[in-house]
Write a protein that binds this ligand. Sequence first.
Ligand SMILES: *Cc1c(COP(=O)(O)O)cnc(C)c1O
Length: 285
Amino acid sequence: MVVKREDVLHEHVSGNKFRKLYYNVITAQDKGYDTLLTFGGAYSNHIAATAAAGNELGIKTIGVIRGDELGENLERTLSENPTLRFAVSQGMQLHFVSRKAYREKTKPEFIANLFQLFGNFYLVPEGGTNELAVKGTEEILTPEDKEFDYICSAVGTGGTIAGLINSARPHQKVLGFPALKEQFLHQNIAKYVNSDNWELIRDYNFGGFAKIDKKLVDFINMANSLHNLPLDPVYTGKMLYGIIDLIKKDYFPKGSKILAIHTGGLQGKDGMNIRLKKKGMPLLI
Ligand SMILES: *Cc1c(COP(=O)(O)O)cnc(C)c1O
């Protein structure tokens, strides 16, 4: 197995988030927008990446964050949450909404209200997935990658795997490892792709989004100390755990060449360690 290190594309706009923002940011600039607005949870890689991209390019950013309780004492939230602290340090304006309101974030009324509050902005959906994001993730695979039989990626909203599917060669199979339990993932991906050379492997979400156990912590720490491969606890750790487990179970025909995409997300480790420490669990190194 070979790991393609997309996590090293940029220091702060990591991995697939760089790919997904790239054409969105170009389009926003071409159309004369000076502000990007997007959505995410309190530890979101996408929020951190959008804030950093905006800061680097001189575009204002607004992050609509799930959880209105976080806005009640902003100072405390920022002292406890490295992701949001980073976003604010990059100049992002945070707007906290209740979990209930957050679920409505694709509804026209909710978005109209945001335009009322913030004036004109270029909207990037949660996780950054849209047509332009998929155009960006189609550039992850390069001609040299044609030697592989399997292309593996972690899956959140599906924009990354959609680009991989569209750019994979006919002899390649794309395997997605969802990081969450999600009923509509398959159809969300299907609407962006032109091939059926792919499959979702749902056995390695470790109980749901950002859920973690000691086995996963040990695995991530082992990859780091033994192979010098830093993995994040939400996406790439689970994917790689899955690939290794499938190899042990002889899922892949003998001699298969496997390419695993490292989609980044390492900024999430600090936030996860704060949670692990509270639970008295071993920490990620
Ligand atoms: C966001 C993210 C993903 C999921 O990407 P989608 O395009 O939403 O499926 C995978 N890995 C990492 C590290 C991420 O930050």
